[in-house]
Design a protein around this ligand. Structure first.
Ligand SMILES: *Cc1c(COP(=O)(O)O)cnc(C)c1O
Length: 421
């Protein structure tokens, strides 16, 4: 670790929480230089939904690499992109009745895609304001940070962030208050004090914000409000898309029809950088070249993305498996909470589960102990008080249970020590 401490910027984060050198990985297991075998419930913060080095997907990219096919071609027409768009269109979009979308490949990060979505919304509406939500996270570039809630991230921008108004997310004011009513009221009131928005941007489950789950009715209200006030409705599906919540898109359960869907993280299926927007055809108001970038639609990542869709999404089997495993995880976490008098809160959908320890130190100590015992898992939420379970969607039941056992034992030790102190 000495080289990392001496040479890498102080900004590094995960290598502090998990101080070992990770050299190999396959599926849900990572190997470290010190000989540890670690179960991975972190999954690259949601970028590894199909596990590490998924051999089925790997075959497609090694074949592509060895064939001298074009790796980088700006946005020249290449077969890799054609096959990706055709496959995504037929297997994902048409199957779900979402046929009227176009693909915009942006720079490779999620933040790049968010910037493009905000820019397009502003261009279409001629408005500046974007509505986003408390505890939301959309990335670290200036535009994306402006719609992100965390004071820590906002302050780091070092400049006045503008063009966004953050409104209370579903449940923010407790279960009794429908925050969509408040949003509708202030937006439709000419003296509500909120500038008419270009877009309303929402996560259906807030990943970084603490696995906060929005309800179907609330999401439908937000979509309706966007329509009523002439704003675009954007779903940030960067972390919760690609099967994480049990269906390919996290908004399918609420039968939403967003103007723009933002995708990244697990889109490539292999941990390779790839981001895109799905735009309703009538929203595709760009002039040619009006928003460009050198690395838009990485061919290697498009090949692995196509393979992932081919392998996992042609039938309902995979999706049903994720839902079953997600229920199993939820039951185990609820049982663990019960062992401690039900003082912890379990939230989530599909295989995105949060275990809210309420107290940051409880979550921190538990995650630290879990790593010593061979489980890598991260925290989220406004004070990092939530332990975030994001195992690969391809994990086998035995490994999943081993990880859960480690978490259970680590929490028990933490609670015992807290009582002893
Ligand atoms: C990770 C994430 C982003 C930002 O993606 P980067 O690739 O880190 O720029 C945006 N929105 C959500 C919901 C995310 O989870």
């Amino acid at each position: 670790m000495r080289v990392f401490e001496a040479l890498e910027s102080n900004v590094r984060l995960y290598s502090r929480s998990f101080p070992d050198v990770f050299s190999r990985a396959r599926g849900s297991i990572m190997l470290t230089d010190s000989g540890l075998e670690v179960i991975d419930f972190l999954s690259g913060a949601g970028a590894l939904n199909y596990g590490h080095n998924n051999y089925n997907i790997k075959a497609a990219i090694t074949e592509y690499l060895s064939s001298d096919a074009v790796i980088h071609g700006l946005d020249l027409a290449c077969p890799a992109k054609r096959e990706f768009m055709e496959t995504f269109d037929s297997v994902i979009l048409r199957e779900r009745g979402l046929q009227s979308y176009r693909f915009q490949f942006t720079g490779p990060t999620g933040a790049n895609a968010i910037e493009a979505a905000l820019k397009l919304s502003r261009k279409i509406t001629g408005r500046q304001n974007i509505i986003s939500f408390t505890h939301g996270y959309h990335g670290m570039s200036l535009g994306a940070t402006a719609v992100t809630s965390s004071r820590f991230s906002r302050t780091a921008s070092g400049i006045c962030l503008f063009g966004a108004t953050l409104m209370p997310y579903d449940g923010y004011l407790g279960p009794e208050v429908d925050t969509a009513d408040y949003l509708r009221k202030v937006l439709l009131d000419d003296s509500g004090g909120i500038d008419p928005p270009a877009a309303i941007l929402v996560e259906t489950v807030q990943g970084e914000g603490g696995i906060n789950v929005a309800g179907k009715k609330w999401l439908q209200s937000i979509q309706a409000i966007a329509k009523e006030c002439g704003a675009l409705f954007i779903v940030d599906d960067i972390q919760m898309g690609c099967g994480r919540t049990g269906e390919f898109f996290s908004f399918e359960f609420a039968e939403l029809s967003p103007d723009i869907v933002v995708m990244s993280k697990s889109l490539s299926g292999y941990g390779l950088p790839l981001s895109m927007l799905l735009l309703k055809k009538e929203r595709d108001a760009w002039q040619p070249g009006e928003h460009t970038g050198t690395f838009r639609g990485n061919n290697l990542a498009l090949v692995s993305a196509t393979a992932a869709i081919d392998i996992y999404w042609r039938s309902r089997t995979f999706s049903e498996g994720v839902q079953r495993m997600g229920e199993h995880m939820r039951h185990r976490l609820e049982a663990i909470s019960s062992e401690h008098g039900g003082r912890f809160v379990v939230r989530g959908r599909g295989m995105a589960l949060g275990f809210d320890c309420q107290i940051a130190e409880t979550a921190a100590a538990t995650v630290r102990k879990a790593f010593e015992k061979g489980l890598i898992i991260e925290r989220c939420g406004p004070i990092d008080q939530v332990v975030k379970f994001l195992p690969a969607l391809t994990i086998d039941l035995e490994t999943l249970n081993q990880g859960m056992d480690i978490f259970e034992a680590s929490l028990a030790e933490t609670m015992k020590r807290a009582r002893g102190a």
